[in-house]
Design a protein around this ligand. Sequence first.
Ligand code: AMP
Length: 468
Amino acid sequence: MARELQPPQLLRGMKDILPSDQPYWWWIFDTARNLAECYGFDRIETPILEAASLFTRSVGDATDIVSKEMYTFTDKSGDNVSLRPEGTAGVTRAYIEHGMLNLPQPVKLWYFSPFFRHDRPQAGRYRQFWQFGFEVFGGQQAILEAQLILMARALYTSVGIETTLQINSIGDKTTRLQYAKALQAFLKSKKSELTDEQKITLQKNPLRLLDSKDPKIQELLVDAPQIIDSLDEVSQKHFQEVLGYLDELDVPFVLNPKLVRGLDYYNRTVFEFWAADDEGGQISLGGGGRYDTLVESLSGRPTPALGFAGGVERIILKLKEKQIPPRPIAAPEVFLAQLGDPARRKMLKLFEQLRSQGVRVAEAMTKDGIKQQLEVANKLGAHYTLIVGQKEMMDDTVLIRDMENGIQEEVPFNKVESELKKRLEKNRANGVTPVTGQVTLERLDKYKDDVPAEEEVPVPHDIDLDVE
Ligand code: AMP
């Protein structure tokens, strides 16, 4: 017997970004963009698919991200390719490939893009997720870390999320190698208490054990040596400078000796932003640090660099948890409503005229009744509705209805644009903006399970409702 086909479903760990969530997405995108422009970053978008070797050479083949979580396959040309698990490697490749080393430095680039990690899905952890990222190439001064931190912090505060800045320094490569040995030696006598997986991590990438979320490991590490104590002199001085800037700028921070970040390319300053109520950093909202040797390890001219990436979904989860509503979408200024086909054709044209002149205009052309159309106008929060019923069609006029007070005025159709503009300009000059926010968002609510009840709208007195 033929098996019945089921409707296709999302892959595990993947997520649709539904219209109801879009106001959050636009809000975060616009905030990131404004900050990027203000701090002098230019946007870059690199391909989702890159040579797998880009990530083994940068993020590191011993890291979980590369060794366990990367989507890697051979494509039809026989090339070994990966869906990018993070953004810094691709942007660094582009920086080298397009000769940006020859531009005035520092070169500052930002992105807002999807990334892929085949990790175990759970709250705030998806297999496709979005990050906004800021990368700075060609600068070794500590002030760059301070500015990057200020910028990231500004993003969280401007959407209303309180965070703590966790910061550490992991020194240079020699420091890390020496420290890795010290950590291995410290844990040698406690090896029997580690899981098989942790034993492998201890062997391959021992620093990773430090920021493990496993409470048992954290207990074992209470008296472990701290990397900050074995910093080389230059890194130590650099870190002091970074912290000095933060102090001066009144940016509170938590010195977190266990913060090491999971990617090989980092050196010196590393930092993360955790939600203020997420004490263990279970769901970090973003992180970054210096990667002074990455350009060189991808065969570019040695170029100090640093960057930060924040997780978009996690910010949205936090906003929802805190019941912080997204920034409202601007409501339409004008809604067009009509009765009958000839009027619809007339309004179709008017819609294009108004839209091309920059008026925020809306319609519901597939609805026949004026009452239903006014209901839509009301839900969208339109400030005015232009109505052409049978009488208006005959007289070649149009009704301009003020949606706030229900007052209607009849004007000749050929004057409608100038009449409308007069009103809009007056409103704008008086600071009257169309009703926004909740009203407009109701439109998006239809994608949620609990559709709100329809709202009753008074019908204009001089419209014949029976003619459709
Ligand atoms: P990372 O590249 O691991 O430093 O991640 C930077 C930020 O991206 C994290 O702080 C999270 O906010 C976000 N992020 C990382 N992995 C995921 C994931 N699997 N799902 C959702 N967000 C993620």
